[in-house]
Design a protein around this ligand. Structure first.
Ligand code: GLN
Length: 382
């Protein structure tokens, strides 16, 4: 009997997960997986607990609680400049991963080309393969990761039907500029592409940088599925909550597949984040300050020990150059780093097809400050 579908050939568990297990075995500090060990707002915790106790424990609509979708529509208008009808254009999902899965299964066909910018988030690639899509790649060069219009145009093949945009980027931390998104608008229109964005890190950004939602640029809104997440925003990665926003004619397919795959996002937890959407703006400002301080401590430590950091513009990861360790692969470098310092990271090869990631590791700084300081000190053992 065949023990795996043919779509799984060559697929294995992500190094993001294997490094977590290895870290636990070493009793290390886990700067690998983006667990997000930041404080969850107490209002969100209390609202979820109240919902469980009040027995809001049954399924919600597949597209999510009506009240939550209204709040999301208000937030999209105020923070992102996106106008979306909460009834026909928003699906609350079981995490952004579910939003991505519902989108690619709902809107694309097996064999369709899907273009990813490299370095990519490995789960986008793996999920695309499981959906039977044909992944295609456009490399963005470190340390600037600039999207060039001609390079983008040249990367489109006769098969390409969709392009995935992750801004702020995981793992690069790059935030796409308006001019780059205008180029995307032109190329997407020329080739009639679906644009799928992953904006889960939208609230986490540095140096006063503004997040631009691709759907607000030019005519992109007509062809864009905007994916957002609440995991990072409210530090609830284990709750599995996100949402997809799209023109109504695309959104109905996303809601349908979300229902068929997941039934709905966890109901009492949706009640919890209703409270999150009512938090004052100061919550996000303080959260950004916390991340800014952690970014400084970790990046400075990496620079000091000769593992130069590519300082991110957004999100909570830093790519570090580990050439100094003299290893031939990023996995070997990540293992050496863990063995010598007790600090776990993710090998750069998790985010690249070719060799560009071989001298990089990704470190996450969404941890309590004392853990980041401890990690910074341990890196000194190098
Ligand atoms: N998005 C997070 C990361 O990049 C978590 C992924 C995961 O847990 N598998 O680390």
């Amino acid at each position: 009997m065949q023990t795996r579908s043919s779509r799984l050939v060559g697929l294995d568990q992500s190094p993001i997960r294997t490094m977590t297990r290895l870290c636990h075995e070493h009793g290390g500090i886990n700067l690998g997986q983006g667990l997000c060990q930041m404080p969850t707002p107490p209002q969100v915790l209390a609202a979820a607990c109240r919902a469980i106790e009040a027995d809001y424990n049954a399924y919600s609509y597949p597209e999510g609680l009506t009240e939550l979708r209204s709040l999301i529509a208000g937030k999209l208008r105020a923070s992102n400049g996106i106008e979306a009808d909460p009834v026909t254009q928003i699906t609350v999902t079981a995490g952004t991963a579910a939003a991505f899965a519902a989108t690619i299964h709902g809107l694309l066909d097996p064999g369709d080309g899907i273009l990813l910018f490299e370095p990519y988030y490995g789960y986008h690639l793996a999920a695309a393969k499981v959906a039977g899509l044909q992944p295609e790649f456009l490399g963005l060069t470190a340390p600037d990761f600039v999207l060039d219009e001609e390079a983008l145009r040249a990367a489109i093949t006769p098969k390409t039907r969709a392009v995935v945009v992750c801004t702020p980027g995981n793992p690069s931390g790059r935030m796409l500029r308006r001019s780059e998104l205008e180029a995307l608008d032109r190329v997407a229109a020329e080739f009639d592409l679906l644009v799928i964005t992953d904006e889960i890190y939208e609230e986490i950004r540095y140096d006063g940088r503004e997040h631009i939602s691709p759907a607000t640029v030019g005519e992109l809104g007509k062809r864009t599925v905007t994916l957002m997440g609440l995991s990072k925003t409210f530090a609830i990665t284990g709750w599995r909550l996100g949402y997809a926003v799209a023109p109504a004619e695309l959104s109905s397919a996303i809601t349908l597949v979300h229902d068929l795959f997941y039934i709905c996002a966890p109901t009492p937890l949706q009640h919890g984040v209703v409270a999150g959407f009512q938090l004052p703006a100061s919550f996000f400002i303080e959260q950004r300050e916390q991340y800014t301080a952690r970014r400084a401590v970790l990046c400075d430590a990496l620079d000091r020990v000769g593992l130069p950091a590519i300082r991110p513009e957004g999100a909570y990861y830093v790519l570090a150059d580990v050439s100094r360790l003299g290893q031939s692969s990023s996995l070997a470098a990540a293992v050496e780093l863990l063995e010598r310092t007790g600090v776990a990271s993710v090998p750069g090869s998790a985010f690249y097809q070719g060799s560009e990631g071989d001298q990089l590791v990704r470190l996450c700084f969404a941890l309590p400050m004392d853990s980041i300081e401890e990690a910074a000190q341990r890196l000194g053992r190098l």
